[in-house]
Design a binder for this molecule. Structure first.
Ligand code: G5P
Ligand code: MG
Length: 213
């Protein structure tokens, strides 16, 4: 199969399904730039930017950031790397965001990770994150070499504020009501999936579909 010159891909799936983990493997294997909306928001919170301060309570409560804020943020970042192949993780999360993205870019591929909610709840309680890079670990699945510290920088790992059980429940609810319709939106569109992505064996335990099915 001949790859297009520039790859524009999206990875979807419920909170905690493994988007960040799988994105890390895809971007390394295929040389794409990884753009994670959650990592961008957390970097803003960490740096105490105006946007970060405004959005922190929204994120901590497991609610989505307003569409116009999110679309502007991501589309600005994409404009800055025009001509580069990328994989979007966490965006779009509503049909309105998907439409805003479609107005500017034509996607090649959408990958969907399908993981049961009960498995997700277990994974998130044992997740540890290196906030500056977004690298994630799990005390059961992929523990850091030294407990509590990032493998590459040796800096401390943290548990995300929005991984509290009651917040995870709210995030899963918002996924069902606001994000699942985005899968239907993409299923109804003509995408050209790259089946070889599925054959590389880089996906761990998630059921993966490249939509449309
Ligand atoms: P985020 O940051 O986009 P979520 O909720 O979509 O957050 P999250 O929590 O980052 O997604 P993930 O990336 O899907 O999860 O999963 P992960 O971190 O890779 O893996 C989860 C755990 O499972 C890890 O410990 C990992 O090691 C383990 N794991 C992974 N794969 C496997 C496996 O195969 N097996 C096992 N056993 N374990 C595994 O968004 C955060 C907030 O920001 C706002 C919202 O408020 C959102 O709640 N936001 C937006 N708001 C509006 N619009 C947008 N577009 C927004 N984007 C972000
Ligand atoms: Mg993530």
């Amino acid at each position: 199969m001949v790859l297009p010159r520039v790859i524009r891909a999206v990875i979807m799936g419920p909170p905690g399904s493994g988007k960040g983990t799988v994105s890390g493997r895809i971007t390394k294997t295929f040389g794409l730039k990884h753009i994670s909306s959650g990592d961008i928001l957390r970097a803003n919170i960490n740096a105490q930017t105006e946007l970060g301060l405004l959005m922190k309570s929204c994120i901590d409560q497991g609610q989505l950031v307003p569409d116009d804020v999110m679309s502007r943020l991501i589309l600005n970042d994409l404009r800055a790397i025009d001509g580069t192949s990328w994989l979007l993780d966490g965006f779009p999360r509503t049909v309105s965001q998907a439409e805003a993205l479609d107005d500017v870019y034509t996607l090649n591929t959408v990958v969907n990770l399908n993981v049961p909610f009960q498995t997700i709840k277990q994974r998130l309680t044992s997740r540890w994150t290196h906030l500056p890079s977004g690298r994630v670990y799990n005390t059961d699945f992929n523990p850091p070499k030294v407990p509590g510290f990032d493998d590459e920088t040796g800096e401390p790992l943290f548990q995300r504020d929005d991984d509290r059980p009651e917040t995870v429940t709210r995030r899963l609810k918002s996924y069902e009501t606001q994000t699942e319709p985005v899968l239907e939106y993409y299923r109804s569109k003509e995408l050209s999936p790259f089946s070889h992505i599925l054959n590389t064996g880089i996906f761990p335990s998630a059921l993966v579909s490249i939509i449309p099915e």
